[in-house]
Design a protein. Sequence first.
Length: 280
Amino acid sequence: MNIDLFNIANFKVDGGSMFGVIPKALWSRVYPSDSNNLIVLTLRSLLVETEGHLILVDTGWGDKQDDKFFRHVYLHDGEGLIEGLQNRGYAPEEITDVVLTHLHADHCGGCFSRSEGGKGFEPLFPNATLHVSRAQWEWAVKNNIREEDAFLEENIRPIGESGRLNLIETDGELFPGFEVRICYGHTPGLMIPVIRYGEKTLVYAGDLIPTAAHIPLIWNMSYDIESLKTIDEKQRILEEALENNYILVFQHDMNIECCGVEMTPKGIRAGKKFAFSEIL
């Protein structure tokens, strides 16, 4: 198995939204904001090559929306999606599988681009099967007032019309050494990849634990649909990580790519923090 991690782009969101009920006086000590209360997040995608499969986990915002839309997310820096692959020696046509943790715009927008002339859509990964949990697909297609700004038709409809959609029903192994856990707190059907890499186990924490600052059980996003479920799901994966010495890989943490966990008087917290390259 070969694995790699790269940052598609940085973007900004409201810090209060990312930390929910936690007061700014507390969260800003560990994840500072700017004068507009905005914090910088990353869009890290995971690449896994295993037994005939080249798997890409999440595809970032993409570029289908207009300038007005992107002014609100402040995209900057990063390698880019296609450029990140090319920097690692891969062409988009070589991707066999795209695993979408969920269908919020910052996670699935890069699967398709607009065709020339703006009519229709073209796949960025023409040979890839697109994997989404059935629970998330049915929830996203139905849509709801809380998430309608995240479930964008121009992102989701081409996936459904592609003929390459594979719906995941339950937890389990998708590929050799690559399994998913399905969660329901952030949004129904969020998939968390768990990868066995040699003697190490990596948890690509996605939006269940978007940054190391979100490891405390009640430090959660206001974006979560059911926060009590998020707490329960975090507790289960963190206890398993503590017992088995798993490594958490953060999709959105600007400063920390990976960490272990340890027990403290206040509960499970981040242990040693390190770069993803130290795993390889």
